[in-house]
Write a protein that binds this ligand. Structure first.
Ligand SMILES: [Zn+2]
Length: 255
């Protein structure tokens, strides 16, 4: 383990374009339950509705009260959660010039809260909301208090319903964002893949794209993934991996 970590750390120091891909696993270290895991949020119905319905665009358009009622407990209470070891590691690596970009499946804003600046959220983000009617924008901080007060957030100019920029079921991923993620994969020479089961598209294709272009792949996940055979190094524990690399980074920063 220690030797393997030394090696990965050396790769990070030497890489011209080191990147990372993260999934729900990295946020379970912050206490956010894995969305699709066994005890995941997606498994629990809310007031008789499955989460696939709550996050479905047609249901939202019919009556946003269901989504906002459910989201009040989770999406608009992200302040309860603190960045975990992986979020901190990636922010510290970026500050040290050893991480160019984080591509994430998560919508919990924890990479940004940890200090990462270059983050691509392929499933969107609640940081911004758009009016369904006129397209005007409101921030998470503007919408949050309205939702917490049990109301539906509405546009100030046309009174249309505001929708978070999270990709709902029935909605396509943002094409530009996805293209950007694929470009990053094609351009990176080292990719840390952390906390993703890599079973849902496009998550499964992105690291494969990096491998196809010759990037060195490091996979850290407690469960096997379909891309394990592409990995130059494979670790199970996110926490040990992140803590080990943070310790090495602290050492060279202090020197
Ligand atoms: Zn509007």
């Amino acid at each position: 383990m220690e030797q393997a970590l030394d090696e990965v750390f050396r790769w990070l120091q030497q890489a011209a374009f080191p990147a990372a891909f993260t999934g729900a696993g990295v946020s379970t270290l912050s206490g956010i339950r894995d969305f699709r895991g066994k005890n995941g949020v997606y498994r629990e119905p809310w007031q008789g509705m499955a989460v696939e319905e709550l996050l479905s665009l047609p249901v939202f358009e019919k009556d946003p009260v269901h989504f906002y009622g459910w989201a009040r407990e989770f999406v608009y209470r992200l302040d309860r959660f603190q960045p975990g070891a992986v979020h901190l590691l990636l922010a510290e690596l970026e500050a040290a010039g050893m991480m160019k970009e984080v591509i994430t499946q998560n919508i919990d804003l924890l990479h940004q809260r940890a200090g990462s600046r270059n983050v691509c959220e392929i499933h969107g983000s609640p940081a911004r909301h758009h009016c369904r009617r006129c397209g005007s924008v409101q921030s998470y901080d503007e919408v949050g208090p309205v939702v917490m007060a049990g109301e539906i957030p509405r546009c100030r100019s046309c009174h249309g319903v505001m929708k978070p920029d999270i990709v709902f079921y029935g909605e396509n991923l943002d094409e530009d964002r996805l293209q950007h993620a694929f470009d990053t994969m094609a351009g990176c020479d080292l990719l840390l893949v952390m906390g993703s089961s890599l079973t849902v598209q496009p998550a499964a294709s992105l690291p494969a794209e990096a491998a196809r272009h010759g990037a060195r792949i490091v996979i850290v996940n407690d469960q096997p993934t379909p891309l394990d055979r592409l990995a130059a190094r494979r670790f199970r524990s996110l926490e040990e991996f992140a803590d080990g690399l943070r310790a090495r980074l602290a050492q060279i920063s202090g020197a």
